[in-house]
Design a binder for this molecule. Structure first.
Ligand code: ATP
Ligand code: LTN
Length: 332
């Protein structure tokens, strides 16, 4: 990759079905960035095994996510799409950076604290060093910007700290990355517990809309979404359920909250939910159609990730070589 444009790196863990939250908060934004940046988008499957995965389901999910990247409109000619596990430099740089990361700073990561509380039976060391692998992902491609949700900001800070620490010892090796946090409102909440974010690892499927849910399922889940005992479709403090549905409606129809409130003035929650459901169905329809076409063309999808691994591998190997040389490993 020549560096005439700035480089963006981002990725999603292969830990479940992608949701409407992933689409609005990540994929759709990525497609908007691809014209102005050189983009590398990974499926972060090495990260997924910090939590136990069923092998068959995991393999299927991973491919499904890659296909959804393409179906969402990411141009795989212009950008790099790849599986993290196909590029060995990620694991190699993660080991190396791990020797520059302190136990203390890793213990302060809130995601580690959350996940170790949620998976008390499996607090493995991968869960602890997760952010070091994430730093390796980003630094290997000399990424300038990393579009992520708010929840990943602390990990990005660590990536910056590790880059600065390494550069401080060995000279300019890594580009120091910056977080690129999308505009507020791009946080889609659970349909069942609207104070929590919509998440693909939610045990209750009624809490999220999967990108591949069929229209009836989408309409039903939105109809069942938690609201409140009032009846006014308005964005107000304390009306978390309605606020979330308004947020979803605005995100998928590209309207403002004021416009949406006006459109539903005098209407009840029933009509409102039906309209939100329809709007979500329409927003996902073209993506689902492309997904179906791509699913019938497995060879093409395979060619995308093979080419991606090769291109990603080349850039990553170059950075890793430089790192190894600086550290003092013997040349091969
Ligand atoms: P998990 O539930 O497995 O932790 P997740 O669904 O929260 O996963 P991530 O893999 O953590 O998804 O996130 C991938 C990307 O999607 C991130 O950039 C994140 O900010 C974005 N994203 C995830 N959920 C939402 C959401 N509810 N609203 C907006 N953006 C989201
Ligand atoms: N930790 C991220 C996924 C992820 C990532 C990355 C995002 C792994 N490596 C590198 C950006 C850059 C998550 O859970 N959303």
């Amino acid at each position: 990759m020549e560096k005439d444009k700035k480089v963006i790196f981002s990725g999603i863990q292969a830990s479940g079905l992608l949701t409407l939250g992933n689409y609005i908060g990540a994929l759709r934004n990525w497609t908007k960035l691809q014209a102005d940046y050189d983009c590398v988008f990974g499926i972060m499957d090495l990260h997924s095994i910090t939590v136990r995965q069923d092998p068959a389901a995991f393999r299927k999910r991973s491919l499904e996510i890659l296909t959804l990247y393409i179906a969402s409109g990411i141009d795989c000619e212009r950008n790099i799409l790849f599986f993290q596990s196909h590029v060995p430099a990620h694991a190699e740089l993660a080991w190396t950076l791990g020797c520059y990361a302190y136990m203390g700073e890793l213990s302060r990561m809130t995601q580690f604290k959350d996940k170790s509380a949620r998976h008390a039976e499996n607090i493995n060391s991968g869960l602890f060093t997760y952010p070091v692998l994430m730093a390796a992902d980003i630094l290997l491609y000399q990424a300038d910007l990393v579009p992520v949700g708010m929840d990943q900001k602390q990990h990005l800070e660590l990536s910056r700290d590790l880059a600065l620490r390494f550069n401080g010892i060995y000279g300019d090796v890594f580009t120091v990355p910056e977080a690129y946090i999308g505009k507020v409102g791009a946080r889609i909440m659970s349909l069942q517990e609207p104070t929590r974010k919509m998440s693909k690892s939610d045990e209750n499927p009624n809490g999220y809309i999967a990108m591949l849910d069929d229209p009836d399922t989408i309409l039903r889940k939105i109809k069942r979404a938690v609201t409140d005992s009032g009846g006014e479709v308005a964005y107000r403090e304390g009306k978390d359920g309605v606020n979330n549905l308004l947020g979803i409606y605005c995100a998928v129809t590209d309207t403002t909250i004021e416009q949406a409130e006006r459109a539903f003035e005098g209407k009840g929650y029933g009509d409102f939910k039906a309209a939100v459901g329809e709007a979500v169905v329409e927003c996902l329809r073209p993506v689902q159609e492309r997904y179906r076409d791509l699913s019938n063309n497995k060879d093409y999808v395979e060619s995308v990730y093979r080419a991606g691994a090769e291109r990603a591998g080349r850039t990553a190997a170059k950075t890793l070589r430089k790192v190894y040389r600086k550290i003092g490993f013997t040349d091969r």
